[in-house]
Write a protein that binds this ligand. Structure first.
Ligand SMILES: [Zn+2]
Length: 379
């Protein structure tokens, strides 16, 4: 196993201003191909800073990109931010990484990205015309201008701004996360079902959860929802394509971190880069397409009491509504309550911890029946 690598690209260092005297942090972006080349594909990982399968996959992907670059096989522009959250990476509490929320304001790092359509919409009045490609160019210019007008208040706001500054004009945005114990799955809008299917076949996703507006303006949604909003505002007179495919990829569970798996995941991402035309001569997709299900059909089982969590099932199992799939046990009172499947479908995630508090989500099942509305993401 190679333990030292010499980077072939010059990384772009993006400073964050630091929340207190004497502290600064930096984001690092790596680029392959030429700025302005299309397609532009942006990949980041570690936005939830306790989720390391994605950063390790991108580490190995960068080695594959170096090799492709040496053979002049990169025709688009590939941007990689392998550790998207230097704030979260430094935040440990009681010997555990916190990762998902910042310790100062308890904000989820993957919510609250700038609403590009709201920020740029008024400035686009009178500028759009009959040519869809030209409208994409004009809208991206409007987004860029809107972002330069934002003055972030907190360090977390500044991180969000610096991340989206690197990605807002991409054709494809891949945000790599992971779950607790889970099968490989992804979240995407309905904008580009062919691309979602291609991605699923490349990375081996079992499940694609589809929703146009999940609520909360997560990083992926901040790239797709603006095009839909601008279509609603200007689309009667001016053609506006869905110009960005954006997705959250869940690379299985938090403990699924190994070089063997990550090297395979890097190969899958190279297949996607090749499939969308950013790289020539990448591997072919080797997986079956994912099962598509509405995000509104993904239902959570909530712990009826605190106790010890045990499972009969494992992620990837098919379950039927009401089926007993595990138990919560209180040995002090000797009470044992069943965990039941909250809908019929694919059990795609189970809780990491072996103890629980009353009211915690313990597992998710993806069914075809719409069961939820409003805010659809787990916080
Ligand atoms: Zn995450």
């Amino acid at each position: 196993m190679q333990t030292q690598t010499v980077p072939q690209t010059v990384p772009q260092t993006v400073p964050l201003s630091g929340p207190s005297p004497g502290t600064t942090r930096t984001l690092t972006r790596h680029h392959w191909g030429k700025t302005g080349a299309r397609p532009k594909v942006y990949l980041q990982a570690g936005l939830h800073a306790d989720e390391m399968p994605g950063p390790l996959a991108l580490y190995h992907l960068m080695t594959l990109l170096d090799a492709a670059d040496a053979e002049d096989r990169i025709v688009g522009h590939v941007v990689i931010v392998p550790l998207a959250n230097p704030i979260g990476l430094s935040e440990w509490l009681l010997h555990k990484p916190v990762g998902r929320r910042d310790l100062e304001g308890a904000q989820n790092f993957n919510r609250g990205y700038p609403d590009l359509a709201a920020l740029a919409g008024d400035g686009l009045e009178g500028k759009l015309g009959p040519d869809p490609a030209e409208n994409i160019r004009i809208i991206r210019e409007g987004f860029a201008e809107a972002l330069t007008g934002i003055t972030p208040e907190t360090e977390v706001d500044e991180l969000r701004l610096r991340l989206i500054e690197g990605s807002f004009d991409a054709d494809h945005v891949l945000d790599l996360h992971c779950d607790h114990h889970a099968v490989m799955h992804l979240y995407a809008s309905s904008a580009a079902p062919g691309t979602a299917d291609l991605l699923g076949r490349c990375v081996g996703a079992t499940l694609a959860l589809i929703e146009d507006l999940s609520g909360g303006n997560a990083f992926d949604e901040a790239h797709t929802a603006p095009w839909r909003a601008l279509q609603a505002r200007f689309g009667d007179l001016h053609p506006i394509p869905d110009a960005c495919f954006s997705t959250t990829l869940e690379y299985r569970g938090q403990q699924d971190v190994s070089d063997g798996v990550a090297i395979g995941d890097a190969e899958g991402l190279m297949a996607f880069l090749s499939g969308v035309g950013a790289v020539i001569g990448g591997p072919d997709p080797v997986h079956r397409g994912p099962e598509a299900a509405p995000l509104a059909g993904a239902v959570e089982f909530i712990a009826p009491m605190g106790g010890i969590v045990t499972w009969i099932t494992k992620p990837g199992d098919r379950v039927t509504d009401g089926q007993v799939i595990g138990h919560v046990t209180d040995p002090a009172t000797r009470l044992r309550l069943p965990i039941t499947a909250p809908t019929t479908g694919l059990l795609f995630r189970q809780e990491l911890w072996t103890s629980c508090l009353k009211g915690q989500g313990l597992c998710h099942v993806a069914g075809q029946e719409l069961r939820r509305q409003g805010e659809l993401l787990s916080n």
